[in-house]
Write a protein that binds this ligand. Structure first.
Ligand SMILES: [Zn+2]
Length: 314
């Protein structure tokens, strides 16, 4: 009998493409039936915890990652340009094949291979529900996936770009409020921007700081907004939960605190949406204006990143 050509080539799907080793391993386990899902445990003769913790159906890979109502809520929260309907995929491999070519919606930016990251966080949310009795909202699962995919991608070294450096000085009490000042320095000649963010505890002691460079930035306002969005990513990577962001760009802070029906300044719509999305991952978050003179340390950090960067080749 000839092998069917319809079966997706799972090896190609998993081992090619840009994603982290842990994500590939997860995909490999899913496709090999090696993940300890209820159905797989049942196959091995274990009769406990065979059903979905959320709805009571048999916990197969397709159920857990696609067909359970929780997974459906995750997938339908505007991740892709072509809306993903998980019920259209009978098996996980079918969905993985779709995910390989799916195009993320514009605000999500550089998000090739977001699909496996979402799977990763669905699995994490499932584990937290079972083992810690913690319910992770679908939108939190989505933001974590987006954030991790982007951070992973940004952390991959490229020829011309320096990865960002986070300098953690003190590990603060994570229940305390952290204040984060962010700033951007923009260079018109190269359209490059340096981003800086400084995190302080309630006593004003610097607990960590980071800077980086970003290319193809059209305006200083966009640079300020992207610097703030990146500060949110950085705060999440440092596990800060209660945070107040400060920026010296009045129109940005006003746009963030405005009612959602007001139109943000031109070019900021997608970035503001991203920031709103990321804000969901903190237990408390606020945005305040800070006078430029009080933000000079962050400004210097942003400028320092710009100074060390080399312009892109033409
Ligand atoms: Zn379920």
């Amino acid at each position: 009998m000839e092998a069917t050509t319809q079966t997706p080539d799972w090896k190609k799907l998993i081992w090619t493409g840009e994603t982290s080793p842990k994500i590939r391993l997860l995909l490999w386990k899913i496709t090999q039936g090696a993940l300890p899902t209820g159905a797989n445990l049942q196959q091995r003769g274990l009769m406990q915890h065979t059903t979905c913790i959320r709805c009571g159906e048999l916990e197969t890979e397709a159920h857990l990652f696609l067909h359970c109502d929780y997974a459906r809520q995750v997938w339908t929260s505007s991740l892709f340009r072509d809306q993903l309907d998980p019920s259209a995929f009978p098996t996980f491999l079918d969905a993985l094949t779709f995910g390989k070519t799916a195009v993320g919606l514009p605000p999500l930016g550089v998000l090739a291979d977001i699909f496996p990251w979402v799977c990763w966080y669905i699995w994490i949310a499932r584990d937290q529900m079972i083992f810690e009795k913690r319910f992770i909202k679908p939108e939190i699962t989505v933001s974590k996936a987006i954030w991790s995919a982007r951070e992973w991608k940004l952390a991959q070294p490229t020829v011309t770009q320096k990865p960002c450096t986070i300098k953690q000085v003190i590990i603060p009490d994570l229940d305390d409020l952290i204040v984060c000042c962010s700033d951007a320095a923009w260079r018109k000649e190269t359209n490059m921007a340096g981003f800086g963010c400084i995190f302080m505890d309630k006593r004003g002691t610097v607990v960590s700081q980071a800077n980086r460079v970003e290319r193809s930035i059209p305006s200083p306002l966009v640079a300020e907004a992207l610097a703030l969005r990146w500060a949110l990513f950085t705060a999440l990577s440092l596990d800060y939960t209660k945070i107040c962001f400060r920026a010296d760009c009045q129109s940005l802070v006003t746009a963030l605190n405005a009612h959602s029906s007001t139109t943000p300044p031109a070019g900021l719509y997608g970035i503001i949406q991203d920031i709103d999305h990321l804000s969901l991952s903190f237990s408390s978050v606020s945005f305040k204006f800070i006078a430029r003179i009080s933000n000079s340390a962050t400004d210097e950090l942003a400028k320092a990143a710009l100074c060390t960067a080399t312009p892109s080749p033409p």
